[in-house]
Design a protein around this ligand. Structure first.
Ligand code: 13P
Length: 249
């Protein structure tokens, strides 16, 4: 199966008009014809700006969240249909920072996943255990529960989603999971996908996220079940992000 890897930058709440312009211009200039798919997930106010900047480049546009609702009295939310109007291809859902700081439950993440799929936006569904959960021996149970919540999204095939394994203890800490630790969890997730949709499991991309950088990307991406990366800090520096892209083949 010819499955391209996906390297997606998650800018989180960083950027400015000036900084975005120089970052995306540098990426567009350096990216060439990448062997992998590439995306940048930007803060909502910058969608229009970055849509214009990535136009005509191999870089796809992503959002960092999406509402589960269609429209209406939901102050502060953005619907999937709105995101589509700005050419958004991907939306991160269930990032651990949203689960942690905004109380997002597995059910809410599943509803957001469904809303994205309904409007042709590919959800990048994040799963991952905290340090306490890992140390307590609960990694498998936690990630399986989080993935199970999105596996049966009505009317859609699971193959339409991207999964991102992001161990919470590795996010922004400089503590990357070792390639073996990451692969072990990716293999569990793959097996779960296989059980739910045997025809499609091999084609579903499972990204790794958590302190992935230019120095460790190649080793992580060489693991059999790591199909790309969701990159925070290193996606804000063009040379670093470009090196990660180059490592994904
Ligand atoms: P860092 O790469 O900064 O650890 O962030 C990872 C992440 O949360 C991507 O969504």
């Amino acid at each position: 199966m010819n499955k391209k890897k996906l390297i997606a930058g998650n800018w989180k709440m960083n950027g400015s008009l000036a900084a975005n312009e120089s970052l995306v211009k540098a990426l567009a200039q350096g990216v060439g014809a990448p062997a992998c798919d590439v995306a940048v997930c930007v803060p909502a106010p910058y969608l229009a700006q970055v849509q214009a900047l990535v136009s005509g480049t191999p870089i796809a546009l992503g959002a960092q969240d999406v509402s589960q609702h269609e429209q209406g009295a939901y102050t502060g939310e953005q619907s999937a249909a709105m995101l589509r109007e700005f050419g958004v291809r991907y939306a991160i859902v269930g990032h651990s920072e949203r689960r942690q700081y905004h109380g997002e439950s597995d059910e809410l993440v599943a509803a957001k996943t469904a809303a994205a799929l309904k409007h042709g936006v590919t959800p990048i569904v994040c799963v991952g255990e905290t340090l306490a959960e890992r140390e307590g021996g609960h990694t498998e149970e936690v990630v399986k529960r989080q993935l199970a919540a999105v596996i049966h999204v009505n009317g859609h095939c699971i193959s339409e989603i991207v999964v991102a394994y992001e161990p919470v203890w590795a996010i922004g800490t400089g503590k990357t999971a070792t390639p073996e630790q990451a692969q072990a969890v990716h293999a569990l997730l793959r097996a779960q996908l296989h059980h739910a949709a045997s025809d499609h499991a091999a084609g579903i991309r499972i990204l790794y996220g958590g302190s992935m950088n230019a120095a460790n990307a190649a080793q992580l991406l060489a693991q059999p079940d790591i199909d790309g990366g969701l990159i925070g800090g290193a996606s804000l520096k063009a040379p670093d992000f470009l090196q990660i892209i180059a490592a994904a083949r």
